[in-house]
Design a protein around this ligand. Structure first.
Ligand code: GLN
Length: 477
């Protein structure tokens, strides 16, 4: 059975009756079994997915109106709630927990005839860059199973790359959609903060988190965004700005002004082959008639520290609700309330999550609040100002998605600082709240994918997607 890499092609063939939604679901379910060693899906919703597919097939047969996403078989990261289904944030502490409501994104996907095939592995509570911090064990990179796929939405990238579903949803607090997209050679978009509702997303850092699509091409990202984005009565931070018809605006040829950071391309941490890919891309963009200009970004060395002070603080507060009383795991031999809290949280949270809760509690504590938390908030403002100033003058900021390609499983697991520094190019978009896309723009001599990132101003997804669509058509020809 053919594996589709584009929703447009699939929908075309579905209408011509060359394939059916049920055949698609069955093919993917089989492939998920065949590629079990990747450890991407935690659970598949077989009966339900086949049933939904059957309903859509009947609509096609009867010529009934179809939703925009008809036939789209999609996997969701295990931090997105789907009523009646388990959701655990890849953590022991949510063992056995079943969602009592669906996230807004899930409801919107289903309303447009998407088929949710299962939930995908990730780093525990979306904290990590490798998908190694999961109670279900690490997910493997399909290009080379000895390597990490990136994280925290590692399995969401793996599932798309390995053809286990047509697209997936990830969440991105500091790069979790873009970095695994780069490590696996697929496309990923982190929307503007507030563009997509967070209702039903298990929170990590609430002023940073966004749900976003991961797919094989820009059109698929755009159509999923069209369906998911928009105001939501359940999330006061979801913007009521109108959602543009992204897909019908993709085919515009325009010339843009693009800034790139010399400090990023010349940064000592960057892998030489990634630097070369960035320089070649800059050259290519100029040949295509865009204006590409180097600009300064003096704040670059402050972005990772500011991000980790603020997100650990927010996570320590968000994760305080997991206490063994309300839901999920409960330490069996606890004797009173205090030992219930202590034992449940010590046994239920993994090492990385505990590290972050403790750092976050520390930076928020009375004696250190001003020195860390409040200072990091000021740094966030400075970074936002510098970034938005650049985005007033230029349409996009170009920068590699990651300083290195995918690395071996186990290499950084005991070195949190090295792992955190790998987020140097992605956290900026979350600190500022702007949208950012990672595009597969090349590979190393060893054949490892290289992702390039473009950021634009807030709510400029149309421009970002249109430009990316154009650029990839040029690069792939
Ligand atoms: N790697 C980053 C972190 O560990 C980003 C995670 C994310 O975006 N959820 O915090």
């Amino acid at each position: 059975m053919e594996i589709y890499r584009s929703l447009k092609n699939l929908q075309h063939d579905l209408l011509l009756k060359k394939t059916t939604c049920q055949q698609q679901v069955e093919t993917y379910l089989q492939r998920i079994k065949d590629f079990k060693s990747l450890n991407a899906f935690i659970e598949t919703f077989d009966t339900e997915a086949i049933h939904t597919a059957g309903l859509i097939d009947a609509k096609i047969k009867n010529g009934e109106p179809l939703g925009k996403l008809f036939g789209l078989v999609i996997g969701i990261k295990d931090v997105i709630c789907y009523k009646g289904h388990s959701v655990t944030a890849a953590s022991k502490i949510l063992e056995g927990y079943v969602s009592v409501f669906s996230s807004t994104v899930v409801e919107r996907l289903l309303a447009e005839d998407a088929i949710i095939i299962g939930r995908l592995n990730c780093d525990e509570f979306a904290m990590g860059s490798t998908n190694e911090h999961s109670v279900y064990g690490p997910t493997k990179n399909p290009i080379d199973e000895r390597l990490v796929p990136g994280g925290s939405s590692g399995a969401s990238a793996v599932a798309v790359k390995a053809g286990l579903c047509l697209a997936s949803l990830g969440s991105d607090t500091g790069g979790s959609i873009r970095q695994p997209a780069a490590f696996c050679g697929i496309y990923g978009l982190k929307p503007t903060y507030g563009r997509v509702s967070r209702h039903g997303l298990i929170a990590y850092g609430s002023s940073f988190d966004q749900i976003g699509p991961m797919a094989n091409n820009v059109y698929d990202l755009a159509i999923i965004m069209e369906v998911m984005a928009g105001k939501d009565d359940y999330d006061a931070t979801a913007s009521s700005n109108e959602v543009p018809p992204y897909t019908s605006l993709l085919d515009q040829e325009k010339k843009y002004a693009i800034a790139y950071y010399k400090d990023a391309v010349e940064h000592p941490s960057i892998h030489p082959e990634i630097r070369n890919t960035a320089l070649q891309l800059i050259q290519r963009l100029k040949e295509l008639g865009h204006e590409v200009v180097p600009v300064d970004f003096k704040e670059i060395d402050y972005i990772v520290p500011a991000y980790y002070v603020l997100t650990t603080a927010e996570s320590s507060s968000n994760l305080s609700r997991f206490d063994g009383v309300r839901y999920g795991y409960h330490a069996k031999n606890a004797q009173d309330l205090d030992s219930t809290y202590t034992m449940t949280r010590s046994q239920g949270f993994g090492k990385e999550v505990q590290r972050r809760i403790m750092s976050g509690t520390f930076v928020l504590s009375a004696g250190y609040y001003d020195a860390y938390y409040s200072k990091a908030q000021k740094v966030r403002q400075l970074i936002a100002r510098a970034t938005l100033d650049t985005l007033k003058k230029y349409d996009f900021i170009l920068c590699p998605t990651t300083p290195t390609p995918a690395f071996p499983i186990g290499e950084q697991v005991d070195d949190p600082i090295a792992m955190y520094l790998g987020d140097i190019f992605t956290v900026q978009a979350n600190l500022v709240g702007v949208p950012a896309i990672s595009l597969p723009c090349g590979q190393t001599q060893q054949g490892l994918p290289i992702g390039m990132q473009f950021m634009s101003n807030k709510f400029e997804e149309t421009k970002l997607l249109t430009f990316s669509h154009q650029l990839m058509a040029n690069l792939n020809n």
